[in-house]
Design a protein. Sequence first.
Length: 201
Amino acid sequence: MESMTSIQYIVLHHSGINSSKLGETDHFQSIQNTLHQKYGSQFVLQYHHVVGHLGTLFKGQPEGEVCPHVGYDQYENDIHNWNSLGVCCMGNFEEEFMKPVQYESLVKLLRGLKIKYLIPNFRILPHNTIISTLCPGVHYPYNEIMSSITEKPWYSEAVEFCLQKGIMTGDEDGFRPDDPVLRAELASVLYRMYNLDEVRR
């Protein structure tokens, strides 16, 4: 697997498969099958994250690794597979509308990725603004999504403070403010805070 040169953009996709035809697990498997038919075992998935129509989050290609979601290779375009994360929603939004539970899950994911990689809104783009494609579909609620992720969640200022001070960095899922804190996580935070205080002295 090849490493991305940087993470500067998020590109939004749909699977192109109507959500009424498959359950989430089978839908995810269908996405994988399409990839393997074209690329073999070269990639884990053609997207870094997939959001199910019932709101389930599926992990695809690990963040930081290249996957073929954009349609442009390195140096072929400003936005390409080497500098953008691919986020796909299950469904065919040429024919259907996004369910509220999927919408909320997507917004939460994008907010986390924005904070984790310091990606501004203007660098979160639907696939069809980069190449000639129907993806992510005429009914994909892009404007509504951008409005929702622009609204700062209750924890945003605290997360930004912790990032700037090096107190917390998040994990592979970014920051999880709604989850309980584990003892090991709290110990790590306290250790960093103590070390920062020692440095100031």
